[in-house]
Design a protein around this ligand. Structure first.
Ligand SMILES: [Zn+2]
Length: 105
């Protein structure tokens, strides 16, 4: 599931097969589009490529390219939480935890 939109900061959760993006590194999603065969979403994180096609990692179809963007499999990323969202999440988890403790007493 893709949980981000163009303009969001995203974090890589899996190394790219050719190493262009690495797990744990943060990128910005510039554009998103579905690939030609429709199997997956691709994201532009700011790299360029002069390869004439993009190969689908699901069905191996070669998609002819009309741009010089290095489209990367969008499943390799998740939206990066902002610091305040991380704190909110920690608060929610702490609250749930303390409620559990109370109900156990
Ligand atoms: Zn495909």
């Amino acid at each position: 599931m893709i949980d981000y939109r163009p303009g969001d900061d995203i974090i890589c959760i899996k190394d790219h097969s050719q190493g262009i993006v690495k797990k744990g590194q943060v990128y910005t999603a510039h554009k998103l589009q579905r690939n030609g065969c429709g199997c997956i979403l691709l994201v532009d994180v700011g790299y360029t490529s002069d390869r004439p096609f993009t190969q689908c990692p699901v069905c191996q179809t070669n998609d002819e390219k009309t741009d010089n963007i290095w489209w990367v499999d969008a499943r390799l990323f998740r939206r990066l939480l902002t610091r305040s969202e991380e704190e909110d999440l920690a608060d929610v988890l702490a609250e749930v935890f303390s409620e559990e403790l109370i109900s156990l007493n």
